[in-house]
Design a protein around this ligand. Structure first.
Ligand code: BGC
Length: 269
């Protein structure tokens, strides 16, 4: 199993046991990787290393939950765990499955993760919602001000609608038809990689998607996250849309932090 560049060390395991009260573990399940870290809930900072393991294929609930359990073991963590994934989650039931196996649909995710990570508190929510909540807590003031659309660009396009920092959960705007195709099929960062698009060409597609969102939702700002927000200087200035577009502060750490927050604050849907 590929555990990436990071792993456990004794200090980290020790640090993890010092105080469970102000720390929670966050796990972010993606189409290509499952990532986890222990998060300091006061600062949003990671305590010790982030661990990444490739998403098992097929990405069935049990296989992915076992990968999450392996990350928690490597972190030496025995406290609360929050988990986010690319699925609509209502009452802890996964209702959709994008970029993960279809067998997630209808899965009681709380029961699933409780089976793989026994005897601890668990909360599960959508990945973009988790990232949005993390930006509200630890990101720029813009995210907490008025009607904001937070978007993640990765394997898909994730969305979190925020009003003065309050979340309207489980919006799936990556699947909105823009022109004649789903937004994420034309402008996710995976599409950019797959079609080897220049930033200029890709930014045109992002512009088109954001213009349609702006036309229908009229947010005061877009906040853009996901892995490609690390390179925001290469594409955000190319956008021509009138609505301000602001790179997310937490970049691709946001999912992990938001997942940890969900279990800490009991805000999972
Ligand atoms: C999924 C969303 C998810 C987004 C980002 C979309 O394909 O439907 O639930 O938030 O990808 O991962």
């Amino acid at each position: 199993m590929n555990t990436g560049a990071t792993g456990t060390n004794e200090n980290q395991a020790h640090a993890a046991q010092e105080s469970t009260e102000t720390r929670c573990c966050g796990i972010d399940i993606g189409g290509s990787g499952v990532k986890g870290a222990i998060v300091d809930m006061n600062t949003g900072e990671f305590v010790g290393d982030r661990i990444k393991i490739q998403t098992p294929q097929p990405a069935t609930p049990d296989a992915v939950a076992e990968t999450a359990a392996e990350i928690v073991r490597q972190l030496g963590w025995d406290g609360a765990v929050g988990i986010c994934l690319p699925s609509v989650v209502t009452d802890q039931i996964a209702l959709t499955a994008a970029n993960i196996d279809d067998s997630w649909i209808g899965t009681n995710v709380h029961e699933l993760f409780t089976r793989h990570l026994p005897a601890r508190e668990i909360a599960v929510l959508n990945d973009a919602d988790a990232a949005g909540l993390a930006e509200v807590a630890f990101g720029d003031d813009v995210v907490r001000t008025g009607a904001v659309m937070f978007l993640t660009f990765g394997t898909g396009i994730g969305s979190a609608l925020l009003m003065n920092g309050e979340l309207f959960p489980n919006t799936e705007l990556g699947h909105m038809i823009v022109g004649d195709e789903e937004a994420e099929h034309q402008a996710s960062s995976a599409v950019r990689d797959r079609e080897e698009l220049s930033y200029k060409k890709w930014a045109k597609r992002v512009d088109r998607v954001l213009s349609e969102y702006a036309r229908l939702f009229n947010p005061v700002a877009f906040v853009v996250g996901g892995g490609i927000s690390r390179k925001a200087d290469k594409w955000v200035p190319l956008l021509t849309i009138d609505t301000p577009v602001i790179p997310a502060t937490l970049r691709n750490r946001a999912g992990i932090i938001g997942a940890a927050m969900a279990v800490h604050k009991h805000v999972a849907p």
